[in-house]
Design a protein around this ligand. Structure first.
Ligand code: ADP
Ligand code: MG
Length: 278
């Protein structure tokens, strides 16, 4: 490859900047040296540079999506203990993690007691969606209702709803702790019905369906909300008691068991490490 004069290199960097190709700008000289050493032709050189630019762009976009999703913490299915929650089907979760339900505009509803892993599972699916390029947002329902009421007061409701409408996946966490204000319930219903067949919803709730009227206030609204939410929806129940409680009890059982074993046969067994999760 013919060596470029310093002036040309300066000009090249200027052009690459104008064309918004920062990675090519940063890498072109280094890669050029390597290409010369490898006797690579011009097209191979160009291919390598364009690949680097694309990879960097994808990495940055993924980073932006993850930030925009505003997960309180990152969780994945890999760290979910399926043995501790037999009502959650591992194969089904792996299938949902592929995100085809988002293409089909379907919803996923996690129902169960507090601490049973609903938020963990919801974040796992949404984080997978983010990585696959879906525009995703995680929000607690109380937070959303407050934002909606504030936006309405400041006449910013249209803007907020437009932003929500651009999402591929909206996670509504903790439906059920909503203050039962009429206007809050109506605004929430509006978000759910706008999302219907356009944006996938992942909802977590500790409310059994029969208690929804208490939260949404009116039977008509509850019926309509449930109807939209559960039409084309996977309902996953996280049955049982809180994971932390379960985990703590198991640890107590284990330490008791190892203590009584030692009493019986007098053999010194290695103590089990408390494998706290969560
Ligand atoms: P919920 O949303 O149902 O109240 P969370 O998802 O917030 O429950 O779970 C509470 C904590 O326990 C979190 O730190 C979560 O990661 C952890 N956890 C719950 N279930 C499991 C599980 N089956 N395997 C691993 N960690 C779990
Ligand atoms: Mg939760």
């Amino acid at each position: 490859m013919i060596k470029l004069e310093t002036k040309s290199v300066v000009l090249l960097h200027h052009h690459l900047k104008a064309l918004r190709l920062p990675t090519i700008g940063a890498e072109c000289e280094k890669v050029a040296k390597q290409a010369a050493a490898d006797n690579a032709d011009h097209l191979a050189y160009l291919l390598q540079l364009s690949e680097l630019e694309l990879l960097e762009r994808e990495r940055k976009a993924a980073e932006r999506r993850l930030k925009a999703a505003r997960f309180p913490t990152l969780k994945s299915l890999d760290s979910f203990d399926f043995a501790a929650r037999p009502s959650v089907n591992k194969v089904m979760m792996a299938e949902l993690e592929r995100c085809e339900f988002i293409d089909r505009r379907e919803n996923v509803l996690f129902v169960g007691n507090p601490g049973t892993g609903k938020t963990h599972l919801a974040i796992s699916l949404a984080a997978a969606a983010c990585a696959k390029g879906y525009r995703t947002r995680f929000i607690r329902v109380t937070e959303l209702v407050t934002a909606l009421i504030e936006a309405r007061d400041e006449r910013g409701l249209h803007g907020l709803k437009t932003r929500l409408a651009k999402l591929d996946l909206l996670v509504l966490d903790e439906l059920g702790y909503v203050p039962a204000s009429k206007i809050g319930a109506e605004l929430l219903f509006d978000v759910i019905s706008t999302a219907y067949e356009r944006t996938s919803l992942v909802v977590t709730t500790n409310l059994p369906f029969e208690s929804w009227t208490e939260v949404l206030g009116s039977e008509r609204l509850t019926g309509a909300t449930l109807d939209r939410l559960t039409h084309r929806c996977q309902i996953i129940e996280t049955k049982g008691e809180s994971y932390r409680l379960q985990d703590a009890k198991a640890r107590v059982r284990r330490s008791k068991a190892s203590g009584s074993d030692a009493d019986q046969d007098g053999a010194s067994k290695p103590l089990e490490g408390g494998t706290a999760k969560g």
